[in-house]
Ligand binder design. Structure first.
Ligand code: GDP
Ligand code: MG
Length: 595
């Protein structure tokens, strides 16, 4: 296909603003999917995506659209969650234009704004579109002005469509052809294609999605991955329309997939450049980096004998999740498990859900934490991803990851938002009004303060009206300490946490209080303490049972006594010994649960 008739675009939208529905309509209007094959959210393939209504993996689909000639439109779907910002950035880099899709009853949201800025930095042509104009609550005029102010266009240029009824969709396709520039590349140069997604398929191995920038790739030739120098044979190359179909190759500006038979997505990394093995490009395309886990948690099987199943399950998940990292870990309290690194909390939830659903595992996970760089007095440095490995004493400095957060909200909530950000150690970077009623606030915040429950706190303080987006923004030094929880003087490793010094006391009091409620009384008194090093900051006491339960049976019926002993023995199986204290497994699970 000559590049002049190709248009590569993506859709930037906030979750629920109607991206999947619009994509469905485009597939229908262009005739790629017939009425009878149509099902809702055609491109959202993973079960979890459909159930949660989010797109985790991006997809690319080719659609013909006739104007003066027949054009080839490649729609590249982008993931819509902060955990996957890097994937979003690569999808944008594969396009020349972006449809900015905004719910006409909601207005623009922080997620959209962040991706819009990313698209503008990449010099993409932006086509502004208001969706859901069929809704009675739609306010197209108001939001057209907001969008126009943001991207510097005329409010009349903001298209109005309904993904539901199909109104305005053909006009949108026409605008894509008219306004988005065709791809430009050197047809005779050595091949360079950017990987913007790669997914594992049980039958075919890894399917890699690429956008060709220069040169071309053909079936059966040998290709090389520029980051690793690994070479593979191209077993199949083609385009998706709406199902994968082999072609005679892909040339300048084309978007499609390739299959090499590799079984692990780590061999086909998002952002990497594919070139020919014999005629290799001198320079890879820019912007590649390895996925970096931001959140860590210990995962343990509730039934210790499931450990081998958990290990195999992680090995399998890794094949289609290049961002998943893990290593074995042992906990005195929880037994054998793994320390697992995730891109963020959604990624963590998805992995956990898949482990439980697809592999039938019952898991217990420790409180998530970020990773810290600790420098010791002797000049040595270490990365701490597990609080129980936090070094004792001799610490020169600790740095923690920070993010740049963008919050959009009605301006009446400015005070509440500032208060919340302050309590999370945030620094205000700037504030802008999108309209007299809506404001954008930009903050630097420690990742540890926002990754877990910040969004919920923000929502509840703004009656659900605020939206949030953030991206990694380096590290900062912080006054952090490790808080240990001790039962009768013994540290319970699963409860150790790294927290800011100002918040250590609150964490200690809360955890000690929880455990006092959850751990049954023993034969003896059990102190529950929270401590920083050897300094106790909180203390509770689990009082002793007054008398031996067996005393009740003294001189009584022997069989009743035996029954009682057997019952105790059974109970013990589900108990863990922490020093001489018996702790029921349920107490651990309850204490570690985040609600
Ligand atoms: P996504 O999260 O951006 O992919 O959004 P979806 O396409 O899943 O749509 C979110 C919700 O909005 C669904 O309940 C859709 O049925 C609904 N929706 C999408 N487009 C329209 C539209 O044009 N009009 C109306 N009334 N509802 C829509
Ligand atoms: Mg969707």
């Amino acid at each position: 296909t000559p590049p002049e008739v190709i248009r590569n675009f993506c859709i930037i939208a906030h979750i629920d603003h109607g991206k999947s529905t619009l994509a469905d309509r485009m597939l229908q209007v262009t005739g790629v999917v017939g009425e009878r094959q149509m099902r809702a959210q055609y491109l959202d393939r993973m079960d979890i995506e459909r159930e949660r209504g989010i797109t985790i993996k991006s997809q690319a689909v080719r659609m013909p659209w006739a104007v003066d000639a027949t054009y080839i439109l490649n729609m590249i779907d982008t993931p819509g969650h902060v955990d996957f910002t890097y994937e979003v950035s690569r999808s944008l880099a594969a396009c020349e234009g972006a449809v900015l899709l905004v719910d006409a009853a909601q207005g623009i949201e922080a997620q959209t704004l962040a991706n819009l800025y990313l698209a503008m930095e990449n010099d993409l042509t932006i086509i502004p579109v208001l969706n859901k104009i069929d809704l009675p609550s739609a306010q197209p005029q108001k939001y057209a002005e907001e969008i126009a102010g943001l991207i510097g266009c005329d409010p009349a240029d903001v298209l109005r469509v309904s993904g539901k009824t199909g109104e305005g969709v053909p006009e949108l396709l026409d605008r894509i052809v008219a306004e988005i520039p065709p791809p430009v590349g050197e047809a005779d140069a050595p091949a360079r294609a950017m990987i913007f997604d790669s997914v594992y398929d049980t039958y075919r191995g890894v399917i890699t999605y690429v956008r060709v920038v220069d040169g071309s790739l053909s079936p059966r030739e040998r290709i090389a991955m520029m980051s690793t120098k690994a070479t593979h044979e191209l077993l199949e190359i083609g385009a998706i329309s709406p199902e994968p179909a082999p072609t005679q190759g892909l040339g300048v500006g084309e978007v499609g997939y390739l299959i090499t038979g590799v079984k692990d997505v780590r061999q086909s990394k998002v952002g990497d450049t594919v070139t020919g093995e014999r005629r290799q490009a001198a320079q890879p395309l820019g912007g590649y980096h390895d996925p970096r886990p931001m959140v860590f948690s210990g995962l343990y099987p509730i039934d210790g004998s499931d450990y081998p199943i958990l290990r195999d399950a992680l090995d399998k998940l890794k094949l289609n999740d290049a961002a998943l990292v893990y290593e074995p870990e042992t906990s005195g309290a929880l037994g054998f498990g793994f320390r697992v690194g995730f891109l963020g909390m959604l990624h963590l939830e998805i992995v956990r859900e898949r482990l439980e659903r697809e592999f039938g595992l019952d898991l217990i996970s420790t409180l998530p934490n970020v990773s810290y760089d600790v420098r010791l007095d002797d000049g040595s440095e270490m990365e701490v991803t597990n609080p129980s490995e936090f070094p004792a004493g001799k610490i020169a400095s600790i740095t923690e990851p920070v993010v740049r957060g963008t919050i959009l909200a009605p301006s009446e909530f400015i005070g509440a938002i500032m208060e919340l950000c302050q309590s999370r150690r945030g620094t205000l970077l700037g504030m802008d009004y999108l309209s007299p009623e809506r404001v954008e606030l930009r903050y630097t915040l420690p990742l540890a303060e926002i990754v877990f429950d910040f969004f919920d706190a923000l929502k509840s303080r703004t009656r659900g009206y605020a939206s949030l987006d953030y991206e990694p923004s380096g590290d900062q030094e912080a006054d952090l300490v490790k808080v240990d929880i001790l039962l009768q003087g013994d540290t319970v490793d699963a409860f150790s946490a790294i927290v800011h010094r100002d918040k250590a006391y609150a964490y200690g009091v809360q955890m000690a209080g929880k455990l006092k409620e959850l751990i049954p009384r023993q034969q003896f008194e059990v102190p529950v303490q929270a401590a920083i090093g050897s300094r106790v900051i909180a203390r509770e006491t689990i009082r002793a049972i007054r008398k031996d339960v067996l005393a009740k049976c003294y001189g009584g019926d022997i069989s009743r006594k035996r029954k009682l002993l057997e019952k105790q023995k059974e109970g013990k199986k589900r108990m863990k010994m922490v020093g001489s204290v018996e702790v029921p497994q349920e107490a651990f699970i309850a204490a570690l649960s985040q609600d």
